[in-house]
Each structure stands twice: as C-alpha cells, then as structure tokens.
Design a protein around this ligand. Structure first.
Ligand SMILES: Cc1cc2nc3c(=O)[nH]c(=O)nc-3n(C[C@H](O)[C@H](O)[C@H](O)COP(=O)(O)O)c2cc1C
Length: 161
C-alpha cells in the first residue's frame, strides 16, 4: 500500500517553501535549476541539503563538480524561478543574470536574498532524486523578503504580527 502521484503532489505542495536557484560548475560549464526542496541540516558542521532529480542536468554537474550554490529568491523573482525551471532555452538561463564566482567555483546570483556556497560532502540515493549534502563554506545574507511557493503557485510572506 502506498500513495499515488496525485496524493504525493497534493501533500507535498501543501508544504509552503521558499524558492531557490541551485547552481554548479564543472570547468567552464555552469548550470542551475529552480529548487524548492532545500533545507539546513546541521549547525556544527554547517550543512545544507538539496533534493535533486536524477534526471536533471544540474544534478550531474553537482555530482561531477563537487559543489553547489544555493540562491534564495526575492519576492519579485518568480519570472527568474520559471526561467530556471523551464526546458525551453535551458542552456541560456544565465543570460542577463548577474553572477559572481563563489569560493567553490559555483556561480552565485547577485540579486538573490541569500547566497550559500556549498562543497559536496555526501550524495545519498533517494528514489528518483538524490540528496546532495554540502558543507556551507560561505554565506551572504541580504535585506529583503522571500518568494514563497505553495500548492503550485507563487506567493509572498506576510508577518502574523
Ligand atoms: C517552484 C519549483 C520548485 C522546484 N523544485 C525542485 C526541486 O526541489 N528539485 C528538483 O530536482 N527539481 C525541482 N524543480 C524542477 C526543476 O527546476 C526543473 O525540472 C528544471 O528544468 C531542471 O533543470 P535541469 O535539468 O536543466 O537541471 C522545481 C521547479 C519549480 C518551478
């Protein structure tokens, strides 16, 4: 007995999340994709994880390059999220996007709310995804508000106070 794909999507989609663009590099090749399945894992040592599809181009680069960048998107960056999720022009995603090279080599987006630079310490098998665990070697935290993803749509953070 197990749940079907529709139930899985409905359940997981009801977990509100932020939206990130996860990037990596192998030599001169850079790539990145939109990822909502991101989490902090450990404080000491500082670890973060992303759940990445085994079929995604970005996952291959993370595995080969041994690094990944996590860029938390701002409230007005839904177009950027869709761009990095779309297969149309998938190798032109960075066109017009201001990036800089992190210590690990991963490209980081200057306009993001938060940038994390991660060195891969483990890749765990998890069904049709892999869990990429990285040691956070650098972090840049900027002022602003996050983009939120809930039940297939984008929204904004609203303080309860
Ligand atoms: C809001 C949103 C969240 C996503 N979260 C993830 C995720 O956590 N993990 C994942 O593997 N793909 C996720 N995707 C899908 C990838 O961004 C998409 O499959 C992308 O085209 C993969 O790019 P690539 O194959 O060029 O690396 C998400 C897409 C959207 C729109």
């Amino acid at each position: 007995m197990t749940i079907d794909a529709e139930q899985f999507r409905a359940a997981m989609g009801s977990w509100p999340s932020g939206v990130t663009i996860v990037t990596s590099r192998v030599g001169e090749e850079i790539h990145g994709m939109t990822v909502s399945d991101f989490s902090g894992v450990s404080l000491d040592p500082p670890l973060a994880l992303v759940c990445a599809s085994k079929t995604s181009v970005t996952t291959g680069l993370i595995e080969e390059g041994g690094c990944f960048g996590v860029n938390v998107l701002r409230r007005d960056q839904d177009t950027l999220s869709n761009k990095f999720a779309s297969k149309k022009d998938e190798f032109k995603r960075f066109e017009g996007v201001d990036t800089y090279e992190a210590k690990t080599g991963a490209p980081l987006l200057r306009e993001a709310l938060v940038n994390l630079d991660c060195r891969v310490v483990a890749i765990h098998d998890a069904g049709d995804h892999v869990l990429c665990v990285g040691e956070i070697v650098d972090a840049q935290i900027n002022e602003g508000e996050p983009l939120v993803f809930f039940r297939g749509g984008y929204g904004h953070f609203e303080s309860a106070n």
